[in-house]
Design a protein around this ligand. Sequence first.
Ligand code: CMP
Length: 410
Amino acid sequence: MNNPLQLSMVNFSKGAYVIVEGKQKADYFYILKTGKVRISKEVEVVEEEGGNTLGPGDFFGVVSTMSSHSHIETAQATSDISVIAVHRDQYGLLIEKNTPVAMKIIQGFSRRMRYLDEALASITLKSTAGEDARHLFNVAEYYARQNQYNLAYYAYYQFLKYCQADSNVDLAKERMAKIKPYAKAVYLDTNNEEFTRTYPKDTMVFSESQPGQELYIIQKGSVKITKIANDNENLLAVLKPGDIFGEMSLLENKPRSASAIAYDDAVLLAVNQANFERMVTSQPQIITRLTQILAERIWFIYKQLANTQLTDSLGRLYDALLIQIEKNRLPIRSGEAYTFDFGAKELINIVGLPSSDGNAVLRKLFENKKIKLVDNKIHVTDLEEIEKQAKYFRKMEKIERARRQSSMRK
Ligand code: CMP
């Protein structure tokens, strides 16, 4: 059936709210034709690149609409405006006719991801790894200390490859020779011809800070995305079959922003630039999928950024659990049990609490009889309880913020 692309033009008067933050299920995003729109968030943590005022040609509402989550921002017309409303389902058609526009959207998303990732890292980890390949040495040293020799060997190898003149070269060689008998590192140098690759559990696909020319599509197993900072491994995500990662280096020609490690035995499809370009024209649905994935990650980072603004540490843990529930789109019903795919220490890492505070706040969390550890993973016997607690802490924070603002005004 021929399904023509029909886009509707909508007018709003000055002062009208086009989208409202928190509104469930965003279905439309907008392309501004004429006039001006102001974007705002309840909790502004980072300044947006390019500012908060949009003009003709700008898009808004794309992150929430393409990730099918609630709106993360409010858009208000600051003059009379006309916009083109695009339903989520029309995105595929829109880009099929116009892949350069789609590439622009995902490249823009990728840049925004990098910017937000760095903002989040500087708040939660109090540091950013940067793009310097010498950071590969820190990654290797961290994993060597943890006796994770597969990962350490891989990172030392890349360090020697990209930092031949560094003062740590001899040390790296010495360490590599020592751990070599225990290290299983696959695909140390990627062979561009090989499309399907198998990574045994706990081996590295790539390390943060190394150059990257490929993206990967997970066929089987799972992959964790991590960052080393302050002598800690920080878990950014656990990815599953169908997920895509490694696209940021490919799209922006920059070093890897994080490491990818096989969490289980994993089978991956490796896609290089040439194959990617071929896929973009022959299979535009891959671009739709990539847009959705990036939109979901950005949505998630905004939620994590808002989490950093909660003053109560226990509240931050509940809020982080609720964000995970929303991210995984779990129906929240009373008495519904769920096991998260991470444990207590990882939860502390996700919210970026120092481990000294971490233990005390974890004790408080586990005082709640509906939360326990099962096989080292966090298990809740009632999802509604998490929602109730997180909403309570969010509400208290809102009241406290309003109080602070009004006392500042006095
Ligand atoms: P790239 O920078 O090429 O290598 C690391 C990859 O991890 C990156 O591309 C993304 O695909 C992925 N990534 C980076 N940050 C996050 C995040 N916060 N959540 C999920 N995946 C991420």
